[in-house]
Design a protein. Structure first.
Length: 211
């Protein structure tokens, strides 16, 4: 099977050109298995779509193919895609950090999307666990390879909101990136940014330590 290269991240870039808000949620169990869900809120743009099918992005990439590709990855199961009132959801269960790293550092989804937009190559896994420390290494945008799609971001990047939420079974002692908010129970962190900030290098990378 063809490997997956920056899979979910290529998906996020593609959706970012057609949505107003984009959210990723990670729910981690104590063994770091869990669920990853991507939500793309296009409801604010439905009035501008001139009657087009709100599922046009999923239809164009072949949602059944994408589901099959993700479910075929080791440690990935229960992949789903839904749409309701302009809110697209794509998610899957993962057996551990290695499984989720594979889905987000591979090639098959990017090939399926064929979005023409790129991320910088990285040899670092998305998540690395070292004892009580968790390191998050999201890929950065490769602005040099955006091509014509770059024009669609001009003047819009600050309007396109991006959010990441991570729920953990273990309480967090500290996190080294002040852009992330820590919940009162110290088990949830969240980052709210814009596509422009992501393009400018504010990827949200962090190292956190659990209690």
């Amino acid at each position: 099977m063809v490997g997956m290269k920056n899979g979910i991240w290529s998906l996020l870039i593609l959706f970012a050109t057609s949505s107003c808000t984009l959210k990723q949620t990670y729910d981690f169990n104590s063994d770091f298995s869990g669920k990853h869900v991507v939500e793309v809120d296009m409801s604010a743009m439905t009035g501008l779509m001139e009657g087009e099918n709100e599922m046009h992005l999923l239809d164009s990439m072949g949602s059944d193919t994408l589901i099959d590709q993700l479910n075929a990855e080791p440690g990935i199961s229960n992949t789903f895609m839904t749409e309701e009132n302009g809110l697209l959801k794509i998610g899957y269960d993962f057996s551990g950090l290695e499984a989720i790293n594979n889905t987000q550092s591979g090639k098959a989804m990017a090939d399926a999307l064929n979005s023409g937009m790129a991320l910088t190559e990285s040899t670092k896994p998305l998540f690395v666990l070292k004892g009580k420390k968790l390191i998050y290494n999201p890929p950065a945008f490769d602005n040099s390879d955006f091509g014509d799609e770059m024009e669609s971001f001009e003047g819009m990047g600050d309007m396109l909101q991006y959010e990441v939420v991570m729920h953990f079974a273990k309480p967090i002692k500290k996190i080294d990136n002040d852009d992330w908010r820590l919940s009162s129970d110290n088990k949830t962190i969240s980052l709210t940014s814009s596509i422009s900030e992501l393009r400018n290098g504010n990827s949200g990378a962090f190292t956190l330590k659990f209690k």
